[in-house]
Design a protein around this ligand. Structure first.
Ligand code: GDP
Length: 478
């Protein structure tokens, strides 16, 4: 029997990224969405054994292990879509245009509430949920925290421009997450629109769209005129059908925090996306290290909602404090239980902060040395100029052999950004900088998430270091 890494992480109350890291050390290269077999899962559970015993012994935290929904309880749920792409390529405009196609909004004349996500009803009556926070940092930061809410990514590329650095980043983040992509070539109304050029450039990144006889859906759209929007919606629905997205609506709810804030009048507010079950007014819940009771909910049209089914984003009132985006909200039986779990988690969080050992590139490499079956060595590379980036990636590819190879998750020009760090963290990879340094936010994330990072100013020193460590991992006897 196979299980996805994320599902196992949920059952173990561990972060998906931590499992990916542990698996990597065991020589298994997977993303959180991929499945592992039972033997590997058991090994992993042993590896994390102390934590599991701790949880079950104290019987304090919520244990999801016996909590898999039976096949016959599952019902089709709407897809959750995230829009990514380069700045100014039209992400916000496309989100607004898609929101405008909502037939419910048209009929009721609802007032748009920006709650971080919205749902539309198509002419055909199908529902689609869009995360209203474009940008891959949010996307990968959520995944890093173990939240896989996005089912489909729409990659926006302006047809009057081309593939830009953030387009490439978005492609790499999506690939690393294993989420299917639909390419939307926007600004089709512009005279300088050249969609074919975009399709050709995408080939360089191994994205072969339908028009080039590939299997990635692509569509020409204009947020300005509305051309192509219907086709885009059709393609989203087609992709969703292929994914067979299902959830059990008839159980206590589990949801993911998409956005949270402190409102002066209303107190802590969180927009959550229901993963499974139905969230109802009056439900008592734990969310991250906070507990609460649903006092009221409303949707993106400002309507009061009494019960929220899977894939519906709702803003929840009644939290004890502000949670973090990516936190899971779980409904529990009573308030005492909610407080118990929340305070246990607060203790755990404090303990983790004070005991976490700083990880270095060396530590990571030496941990890998014990294992014999590593197949890929993931890495994120940033350099000061394009020539250096290319030279480094080529050199890294050359030191790969049949048994172990370097996998450059992302390479680019410029300072190390929070996007680079989040990608590395999610994949358990180090970041190397060539004549570049991290920006302030990236530095803060490196500290917080203990991502290995190293700088070089001579290319052969960089490749030598990686080669040396790879040889060490594989062992001298080979
Ligand atoms: P974002 O940074 O990716 O969210 O991009 P925006 O949605 O803010 O769009 C950037 C600029 O492109 C704005 O000036 C938009 O008016 C313009 N724009 C976006 N979509 C279209 C389109 O389909 N046609 C035209 N002509 N302009 C567009």
């Amino acid at each position: 029997e196979a299980i996805t890494v994320q599902e196992l992480a949920n059952r173990m109350a561990e972060k998906g990224a931590d499992l990916v890291k542990a698996l990597f050390k065991m020589g298994v290269m997977v993303t959180v969405n991929q499945t592992i077999d039972q033997d590997t899962a058991e090994l992993l559970v042993e590896e994390f054994g102390h934590n599991i015993t701790l949880v079950s012994e104290s019987d304090v935290d919520i244990d999801h292990s016996a909590d898999v929904d039976a096949e016959e309880t599952l019902q089709t749920r709407p897809p959750v879509v995230t829009i990514m792409g380069h700045v100014d390529h039209g992400k916000t405009s496309l989100l607004d245009a898609l929101r405008g196609t909502d037939v419910v909004r048209g009929e009721a004349g609802g007032i748009t509430q920006h709650i971080g996500a919205y749902q539309i009803k198509t002419k055909g009556g199908d529902l689609i949920t869009f995360l209203d926070t474009p940008g891959h940092e949010a996307f990968t930061e959520m995944r890093m925290r173990g939240a896989n809410v996005t089912d489909i990514v729409i990659l926006v590329v302006a047809g009057d421009d081309g593939l830009m650095p953030q387009t490439i980043e978005a492609i790499n983040h999506t690939k690393a997450a294993g989420v299917p992509m639909i390419v939307a070539i926007t600004k089709a109304d512009k005279p300088e629109y050249k969609s074919q050029k975009i399709r050709e450039r995408l080939l360089e990144h191994e994205i072969v769209v339908e028009q080039m006889s590939g299997d990635v859906q692509d569509v020409e759209v204009s947020a300005k005129t509305g051309a192509g929007l219907d086709e885009l919606i059709e393609k989203i629905l087609l992709q969703a059908e292929l994914l067979e997205l299902r959830a059990n609506p008839d159980r206590s709810a589990e949801a993911t925090v998409v956005e949270a804030k402190l409102d002066k009048g209303k107190g802590p507010l969180a927009t959550v996306l229901i993963n499974r079950g139905t969230l109802k007014v009056g439900d008592i819940f734990v969310v991250g290290t906070q507990s609460g009771r649903v006092r009221a909910m409303h949707d993106d049209k400002g309507r009061q909602i009494k019960s929220a089914p899977p894939s519906l984003p709702v803003e929840v009132l009644g939290l004890g404090g502000v949670p973090m985006s990516g936190d899971t909200l779980t409904v529990v039986e009573n308030e005492a239980r909610a407080r118990e779990v929340a305070s246990y988690r607060q203790e755990q969080a404090t303990a983790k902060r004070t005991t976490a050992a700083p990880a270095s590139l060396e530590n990571m490499f030496s941990a890998l040395k014990d294992k014999q079956t590593v197949l890929e060595y993931p890495i994120v590379v940033k350099a000061d100029v394009q020539g250096s980036t290319e030279a480094i990636v080529n050199a890294l590819n050359k030191i790969s052999n049949d048994e172990i190879k370097v996998r450059v998750l992302h390479s680019g020009v410029g300072a190390i950004t929070e996007s680079d760090v989040s990608l590395a963290q999610a994949a358990g990879a180090p970041v190397v900088g060539f004549n570049v340094r991290p920006n302030a936010k990236a530095r803060e994330m490196v500290e917080r998430f203990k991502v290995p990072m190293k700088y070089f100013d001579v290319i052969y020193q960089l490749t030598e270091e990686v080669a040396k460590e790879m040889a060490g991992i594989w062992g001298p006897e080979r």
